[in-house]
Design a protein around this ligand. Structure first.
Ligand code: TYM
Length: 335
């Protein structure tokens, strides 16, 4: 079976609905047909300089949400990035193949470093996409399920893989494909349908957190900014109706219903009905999700065991790829 890898940062105690719909649901859908590896990228989270105790808590919480979302540890390796040292070893090889200008062009880096200023911007933030490329290449992954915002990082990963093959011989790296499902790859912010759902917008008021009080989530849905024109027309059109289209996307994703069928049901009745029913649907989705996540969180020893098993499986693969790459680069084998 071809291999897939993906990961999320434990930068908050909860994932949000964008992470869930853009990535996690794809991970779950793919785990039958692929040999899947899903990690919590704790090393990446260090770029925001988290409090150590908070990082420990968030790393476990992120893993628990993978499980609550349906990642099955019997089929997929679920692990923590820092437990597999081959990621950082291969990241060094890739750092030495990445142009400074090439890394400077990463838009996420440009956005984040612009906010933080030159002194506040760390070297870690700059080399972040190189570590991400290593996460992928160290497993010879063929496919990487992510949301739209990771497309450029995936392009860099592919460029690096091709560069390795050109410089060190065919077969040094597998060139991965991004798996981006357009319907849900960019869930927009409820307060600003022109921007992706992300805590950095408007103080996070337009975000639905998977582990927040469902009542608060319902409120956020009801307060969603919708489109100013024709307030009774409900139809899917991302350009003309960005706010309504985002709500329809979320409605469809949490209920499994067809977007057009939902639109037809509310068209002509006004936005309020759509929002109230969507709020109920979001609550109905969140409650059992949180129950499952809490069950996993209530037994940290068992959760850590799942993560240990996952790391062992991951290391079996990563060790071999690291050895191959070190050898191709001309590093002497250890005796
Ligand atoms: P991160 O932690 O920011 O986000 C995790 C996943 O959620 C997706 N996502 C969204 N999808 C749809 N709509 C949104 N509003 C939305 N917001 C986030 C992201 O695209 C991502 O798939 N650099 C990565 C983590 C990473 C990684 C990797 C991913 C590190 N190594 C290797 C894949 C493979 C990141 O920061 O994702």
């Amino acid at each position: 079976r071809p291999r897939i890898l993906s990961g999320m940062q434990p930068t908050d105690s909860s994932l949000h609905l964008g992470n869930y719909l853009g990535a996690l649901t794809q991970w779950v859908a793919l785990q039958d047909d692929y040999e899947a590896l899903y990690c919590v990228v704790d090393l990446h989270a260090l770029t925001v300089n988290p409090d150590p105790e908070a990082l420990r808590r968030r790393t476990r919480a992120t893993a628990a949400q993978y499980l609550a979302g349906g990642v099955d540890p019997a089929r997929s390796a679920l692990f923590v990035q820092s437990h597999v040292p081959e990621h950082t070893e291969v990241a060094w090889l890739l750092s030495c193949q990445t142009g400074f200008g090439e890394a400077s062009r990463m838009t996420q880096f440009k956005d984040k470093s612009a906010k933080q200023g030159t002194e506040g911007t760390t070297v870690g933030l700059f080399t972040y996409p190189v570590l991400m490329a290593a996460d992928i290449l160290v497993y010879d992954a063929a496919l990487v399920p992510v949301g739209e915002d990771q497309r450029q990082h995936l392009e860099l990963t592919r460029d690096l893989a091709e560069r390795l093959n050109a410089r060190f011989g065919a077969g040094t790296a597998v060139v991965p494909e991004a798996h981006i499902v357009s319907a849900t790859a960019k869930i927009q912010d409820l307060q600003n349908p022109a921007a992706k759902m992300s805590k950095s917008n408007a103080g996070g008021k337009g975000v639905i957190w998977l582990l927040e009080d469902p009542k608060k989530a319902a409120k956020a849905v009801k307060a969603a900014v919708t489109d100013a024109d024709e307030s009774y027309a409900v139809y899917f059109d991302r350009e003309k109706k960005p706010g309504i289209s985002n709500l329809l996307t979320i409605f469809s994703a949490v209920t499994g219903r067809d977007v057009d069928a939902i639109a037809a049901e509310y068209d002509g009745r006004g936005y309020g009905y759509l929002k109230v029913d969507l709020a109920d649907a979001v609550v109905a989705f969140l409650e059992p999700f949180q129950e499952r996540a809490n069950t996993y969180l209530s037994d940290p020893a068992q959760l850590d065991k799942v993560l240990d098993d996952g790391a062992s499986r991951a290391r079996e693969i990563a060790g071999g790829v690291r050895e191959r790459m070190f050898d191709r680069f001309g590093l002497l084998p250890r005796g």
